[in-house]
Design a protein. Sequence first.
Length: 236
Amino acid sequence: MELIGRGNTAEVFALDDKKVWKVFYEGFSECTIKGEFDNGMIVQEFQLPIPKVYELRNMDQRMGIIYERLYGTTLLDLLTSGGDVNYIMDQMVDLHKLLLACHTRKGKSYKESLRGFIRNRLPKDAPLWNEIDALPDGDTICHGDYHPGNVYQCENGECRIIDFMNICYGPWQYDVARSYFLLTDGELPEDVPNKEELMQMRILLGKMYLSKMQVSLEELEPYIHVIRECRYYEIH
């Protein structure tokens, strides 16, 4: 099989011209892999623009997920290669609005996701637990990791949402807040081209995103505070 991609959690192999196998590294949690597959199946029910999710498959003691093969590039790649910023943000926002129009209570809630980041890391009497509990509930599908690197533009110009690891449900404001945080404060891949230039654009990208989503920063602040606090434990 041809290796066509490599990330922090998995490698992507071409099975043929229509399917790929996302194979997680040995030792990666089987429960997490199955969770991503289940999340993909949940999102697929809504006929959203995503790669088709086919099946779980094991090979050589490694578990992976079979997805539809896409041809093109991510919006992050377009951004770092000097693409039209306004066009890129329009594509990102239009897709996010489609996702946030969908509702479910399948899978896990966003509060479960946040608690998962700090579980076994903070004592039970830490204030952050209560801050998570105090946030509103909701039933909007949230991507949980929505940023330009997880929007794929196919060769025909159509865009697809990728990466279902963090899919959950909750208030739509949570997912918008999470995307804003990732745009302005999230970590960038070490090998991303024009990294310094992109770092300087981050505040602009965040403002453009909120403007196009027609959401004020004040509306998101309670979520952003908790997201920022949880993020440290999520990535360490």
